[in-house]
Design a protein. Structure first.
Lengths: 271, 395
């Protein structure tokens, strides 16, 4: 059983604040972290390998400093890391990223052997697209199973997997052949915290860099040139102030006033 | 390779771009801006520059073949009985785009025995229904649905393809766009068309902290997934659509997935469909206090929502989360209790008809969007309101 986990290094968007005067992002003190959804993918990858044997591989595409994210994954228990990094990849949208990562995984298969399960987080918190996972699946010609909240069973002999997918109004139980690409939601597990010992051990694990020439893909299919979508404009979301009726003072009086308003509003609703 | 291009002659050294760069890739040197290897060509700096000194080297390809693509398509999502609301919302928005492009609105209806939905789709504004029915399409499966849609797009060449930013819509669009090698923009909250026929796709990014407008100038169709509840459901008419039956040879594809069963949630009131939502946040202080929110919600027949802070703290399950990483809701009344109103939360509820806020911090951003509100402790106010409501209902 061979598992590859795809991760992304992201700015911690929950820490980002908007400067109210200039209406711009305040990025001071914003840390780079492993995309939180990817931590669930890493954990699930490690659990699959603990159960069925094998060494989980972690891969990321990004600038050189994305190595830090890979180190976290190694400390959690992955055994080998690939950093897909090249100036030629800069400006990649989801189509170009999926193509580049899928090509890198196919390259890894040549040295490490065929992959059974590719794991991703359901989306990254900076872009929130959730498109790279299905894109990698298409490029590798394997089926995508997105929004997986539980892996019920894997049969390594018959090469099948049964998962639960978390949908808006219920769960769907799906059976699929291996190899497969899975994107996970946070209900799937609780990611482990690496111990100091494991962090130290991680420093000795292999970290391999793959550039454009290593992967052997044409330059016009990655980076800006391989990206059909362009960012045309970036701006701060405007909050239209509605100048509402806000009550202050005696809680009881306020509550009565608001209930008055609520009952008035509720006449059109099933109140 | 390339970074953002700086025209040093034009640069006035104002530093505006340095402030907006999310990657910290820009810095000042000798009163001019410089770029380092952190630049990922996101483009955030381009608009910030008052003298247009920054640019990204792009190529516009020959657009002649793009003119062959006509029509605005919506991928129908349904439960076998009827389409989900976002489908109607997109037909309505698709109509506006189609009028600007002087073209038709088409919907793609796939499934097994689904032809009863044709007239319904027409009544909401679809001019054409592209229909493919087969027992293979009984349950939504990425590969089966995706392969049919790819062939349909190749045959009929729509210029725009929209789908809901739901689990199914995102899964399907990601698959289709990759095979077609065209651009896909996720989770849009605004759509428009420019004079060249480019779809201007506006979406929140960076956890809702910034908005970005995305273009797809060189490939067709232009594809977007659109967040549910952002656009209104259009008025119904008695229009009958044209039906195009699409034959697909399923023996030519291998479908590697099989849906074994579907387990629906036991939700009292679905958050997405609720007319009134009462949401609790960090201001509640502890999980037990959610009970007062639930009691209040029960009293007025509302669904219970929550902010990410409350969900992350483990006070209530993820199904209740409203916001950028949770659900987008558009109820008639949204009551935010002890929620400050971070951009991430506002992204999920600001389209509500009426927002009511109860928060002890008078400076909380939630009051900016609130039509009514109380500055006070939710733990005091909510029980008082519940009591008052019960009293009046009994009277």
């Amino acid at each position: 059983m061979r598992v590859v986990v795809c991760i992304k290094q992201v700015p911690d968007t929950t820490e980002v604040k908007i400067n109210p005067e200039t209406n711009t992002l305040m990025r001071e003190g914003v840390q780079s972290i492993v995309n939180p959804f990817d931590e669930f993918a890493i954990e699930e990858g490690i659990r699959i390998q603990e159960k069925f044997g094998g060494e989980p591989i972690v891969i990321t595409m990004g600038p050189p400093q994305a190595e830090e994210a890979l180190k976290t994954a190694l400390a959690m228990g992955c055994d080998k890391a690939y950093l897909v990094s090249d100036r030629a990849f800069a400006g990649s949208d989801t189509l170009a990223t999926a193509y580049t990562l899928a090509s890198a995984i196919k390259k890894i298969e040549q040295t490490d052997g065929p992959v059974d399960v590719v794991l991703c987080g359901k989306q990254a918190i900076d872009g929130d697209t959730g498109q790279v996972g299905p894109g990698i699946a298409v490029r590798m010609n394997i089926p995508p199973l997105t929004y997986v909240s539980k892996i019920r069973e894997i049969d390594p002999e018959k090469k099948t997997i049964i998962v639960e997918r978390l949908m808006e109004r219920g769960k769907e139980v799906v059976k699929c052949s291996l190899p497969v690409l899975i994107t996970v939601v946070k209900d799937i597990n609780s990611p482990r915290y690496p111990s100091l010992f494991e962090i130290k051990k991680a420093a000795k694990k292999p970290m391999i860099k793959l550039g454009l020439a290593d992967i052997g893909i044409p330059e016009n299919r990655t980076g800006l040139k391989g990206s059909p979508t362009w960012v045309n404009k970036v701006f701060s979301p405007e909050l239209k102030s509605v100048n509402g009726e806000i009550f202050q003072g005696d809680p009881e009086e306020c509550a009565v006033k608001l209930v008055d308003r609520l009952i008035n509003l509720g006449k059109g609703v099933s109140l | 390779m390339s970074y953002v291009t700086i025209n040093k002659e034009a640069c006035i050294g104002c530093g505006a771009c340095v402030d907006v760069c999310p990657q910290s890739a820009l810095y000042m040197k000798d009163d001019k801006v410089e770029v380092n290897e952190k630049c990922n060509l996101c483009g955030a700096c381009i608009d910030a520059c008052p003298v247009n000194a920054l640019s990204i080297p792009r190529e516009i390809k020959d657009s002649a073949c793009l003119a062959d693509y006509r029509g605005v398509w919506v991928l129908v999502e349904h439960d076998g009985k009827k389409p989900v609301n976002v489908t109607y919302e997109l037909i309505g928005e698709g109509r506006k785009l189609a009028e600007k492009r002087n073209t038709y609105v088409g919907v793609v209806l796939l499934g097994n025995n689904v032809s009863h939905m044709i007239d319904d789709l027409g009544s909401y504004g679809a001019d054409k229904v592209f229909l493919c029915q087969s027992p293979v399409l009984e349950h939504y499966r990425t590969e089966a649905y995706g392969d049919v849609i790819v062939d349909m797009v190749k045959a009929y060449k729509p210029e725009i393809v929209l789908s809901g930013a739901t689990t199914q819509g995102r899964d399907l669009a990601g698959f289709v766009a990759t095979i077609l090698e065209t651009g896909l923009t996720a989770d849009c909250t605004g759509l428009d068309i420019d004079e060249n026929g480019n779809l201007l796709q506006t979406r929140p990014a960076f956890g809702g902290n910034i908005m970005a407008t995305i273009l797809c100038p060189n490939t067709r169709p232009q594809m977007s997934t659109v967040r549910p509840k952002v656009f209104p459901v259009p008025e119904k008419t008695d229009k009958k659509p044209e039906v195009i039956n699409f034959d697909f040879d399923f023996s030519k594809i291998t479908i590697r997935t099989e849906v074994l069963e579907y387990l629906p949630f036991e939700e009292k009131i679905s958050l997405a469909d609720a007319e009134i939502i009462v949401s609790g946040g960090r201001g509640l202080g502890k999980p037990e206090n959610f009970e007062i929110i639930k009691e209040f919600a029960d009293t007025i027949g509302a669904a219970v929502g929550a902010s990410r802070a409350a969900v992350d703290a483990g006070w209530i399950s993820y199904e209740h989360q409203v916001g950028q990483t949770g659900k987008t809701v558009r109820p008639k009344i949204y009551i935010a209790c002890g929620i400050s109103g971070s951009v991430q939360h506002l992204a999920g509820m600001k389209h509500s008809d009426i927002i009511i806020a109860i928060n002890k911090d008078p400076e909380a951003p939630i009051f900016k969007v609130a039509s009514f509100g109380i500055v006070g402790d939710v733990m005091t106010i909510i029980p008082l309101m519940t009591k008052e409501l019960k009293k009046r209902m009994n009277a």
